[in-house]
Design a protein around this ligand. Structure first.
Ligand SMILES: Nc1ncnc2c1ncn2[C@@H]1O[C@H](COP(=O)(O)OP(=O)(O)OP(=O)(O)O)[C@@H](O)[C@H]1O
Ligand SMILES: [Mg+2]
Length: 313
């Protein structure tokens, strides 16, 4: 059987890797607007997959469909072979965690408390145990705190454990959101614009952090507008345009795809507005250079330039 094509090679991850996430035929309509149209996407074990596209392409809406925040109009989302329910806490419990495009931390809670909140899906102690603060509860609490401190060490915020989240610099708030998401021990982490508003140094640190997260065994699906970040980090990249998946493949394949360039920059078309004006300016400049030598000459453009000069005085 020799059915493998070059196209498939570009989009198929290394053999032997299983799909952690399998979104199939996902469509999301809001009234008359189709924000996501029939999108298939798979993320595999150990993979960092980038999701890019112009503003309003549907990237965040797609994340909302994956995490149970929206119920897709059509299609299914499976995690490790099981179709996910449309309830966000059940999706987190199943093993998918996310961060938000607009940071969502508990501003008046400490750094440590924010991470502990992220752990609640992984603690089994019930209400009575918590109220009675029995030995089981205290042990679970200590374990949670140890793990939360480990995560704060991982993102480099252990020394700020008692700081209120709202007092953290912006870059640290984004990192704290990642730690909180990791606290639920996900098999797949979804990051929505993790470097938005970051300095170049913070962006580089975030890249290192995502690579470390992958090393720890968590697959990552990341939305970002910073192309350098995406193409340096991701194993594969998928491009959404107007709710549809336009291209998917290696960073090299995607960067060199003319449709992707056109989607970001717009396709040039015949008689582009501004062309006539540009030609006029060029002609005027040429005339300006040669005009004085041709004073009284017949070239219309020379006359125009001379008139323009005359207007200035
Ligand atoms: N709850 C909603 N109700 C109605 N329309 C919505 C809703 N959520 C998103 N949309 C629309 O869906 C489209 C896709 O929006 P979305 O936020 O997913 O884009 P995006 O790719 O994340 O853009 P950006 O890069 O700017 O974050 C937009 O036209 C948006 O207005
Ligand atoms: Mg968005």
């Amino acid at each position: 059987m020799t059915t493998t094509t070059t196209q498939q090679d570009a989009t198929t991850p290394p053999a032997g890797r299983k799909a952690v996430l399998d979104a199939s035929g996902v469509t999301m309509r809001f009234g008359g607007l189709t924000a996501i149209k029939d999108v298939d996407l798979q993320v595999h074990t150990g993979e960092i997959l980038g999701l890019i596209g112009p503003n309003g392409a549907g990237k965040t809406t797609f994340f909302n469909c994956l995490t149970g925040l929206y119920v897709p109009t059509e299609g299914t989302v499976s995690y490790k072979g099981t179709v996910l329910p449309h309830r966000s806490h059940l999706v987190t419990q199943a093993g998918i965690a996310r961060t938000f495009q607009n940071i969502r931390l508990f501003a008046n809670m400490t750094v440590l408390e924010n991470v502990l909140v992220g752990r609640h899906t992984r603690t089994s102690e019930g209400l009575f145990s918590a109220l009675l603060r029995g030995p089981g509860f205290r042990r679970a609490e200590q374990e949670s705190e140890d793990r939360a401190m480990e995560l704060l060490g991982f993102i480099g915020l252990q020394d700020k454990r008692e700081h209120l989240a709202r007092n953290l610099p912006y870059g640290d708030q984004r990192k704290l959101e990642i730690a909180r998401a990791l606290a639920s021990e996900p098999g797949l982490l979804l990051l929505d614009e993790p470097t938005a508003g970051m300095t170049a140094g913070e962006t580089t640190a975030t890249r290192e952090l995502v690579l470390a997260i992958r090393e720890e065994g968590t697959a990552v699906l990341v939305i970002e507008h910073d192309m350098r970040f995406i193409f340096n980090l991701c194993d594969r990249v998928a491009v959404l345009v107007q709710g549809e998946k336009l291209v998917e493949g290696s960073p090299e394949t995607v960067q060199n795809d003319e449709r992707v360039v056109a989607a970001y920059l717009g396709t040039p078309f015949e008689g582009e507005p501004g062309e006539a004006e540009a030609a006029e300016v060029q002609a005027a400049e040429r005339a300006h250079e040669t005009g004085p030598l041709k004073a009284g000459g017949t070239a219309g453009t020379a006359g125009t330039a001379a008139e323009a000069e005359g207007d200035e005085h």
